[in-house]
Design a protein around this ligand. Structure first.
Ligand code: GTP
Ligand code: MG
Length: 200
């Protein structure tokens, strides 16, 4: 799929204020600093569509971007950032939870995981929660430029092993690097296929 337009639409904290039309949407979620906003910029070929930062906690709202006037990409705040205050964390938690539970237009979430880390309870628990709430998701490993191919393979294998304890199999996964434009086509093809399946 070729992206011909990618435009910011709205930011807010309330699911009720998200766009009201029925276009399908895809949300990027994961720990703070994992690279959600960078990945949105990478796949849309724009440097500053979503705001990024080296400091965790940059994205603080539900951000809708409309792509090709046909579907939305949604950038969300990260979970698990220790340095925001407890009340900020609770607020994030509340509207992220509300977003996933209430947003009917969400067709698939992409859970981003830093390829460098071993499986972490916070990510595993979040995916478990998505599963329990029947929310479809794929896994996106980020920052693959930070590891050699062997390391990438080893860490994905570790993930498969851990997920096999609770899941029949690991959901589909993608290996990406926003710095090196890795994984863009695969991600866009996946979204394209889902979009096409919705039209039938
Ligand atoms: P929050 O909005 O705070 O939750 O973070 P985020 O998940 O949106 O992360 P963001 O895209 O802001 O990126 C965080 C940091 O990681 C920035 O310094 C990015 O430059 C860096 N980063 C993101 N993707 C990659 C990548 O693929 N490779 C490398 N090396 N760095 C990356
Ligand atoms: Mg962000």
């Amino acid at each position: 799929m070729r992206i011909t337009s990618a435009t910011f639409v709205v930011s807010n904290q309330e699911v009720s204020k998200c766009p009201k039309n029925q276009l399908p949407e895809y949300a990027f979620i994961g720990r703070s600093n994992v690279g959600k906003s960078s990945l949105i910029n990478m796949i849309t070929n724009q440097k500053k569509l979503a705001k990024t930062s080296g400091r965790p906690g940059k994205t603080q709202l539900i951000n809708h971007f409309i792509i090709n006037n046909q579907w939305y990409l949604v950038d969300l705040p990260g979970y698990g950032y220790a340095r925001v205050s407890r009340s900020t964390k609770n607020t994030f938690q509340k509207f992220i939870t509300a977003y996933f539970k209430q947003r009917k237009q969400l067709v698939c979430a992409f859970v981003l995981i830093d390829i460098r880390h071993e499986p972490l309870p916070i990510d595993l628990n979040f995916m478990q929660w998505l599963g329990e709430n029947n929310i479809a998701f794929n896994i996106v490993f980020t920052k693959s430029d930070k590891l050699k191919p062997k390391g990438i393979e080893r860490n994905i294998e570790a993930y498969k092993q851990v997920m096999a304890q609770t899941w029949e199999e690991m959901p589909p996964h993608f290996v990406t690097s926003s710095s090196n434009y890795v994984g863009k086509e695969d991600l866009l093809n996946c979204i394209d296929q889902i979009n096409s399946s919705l039209q039938n």
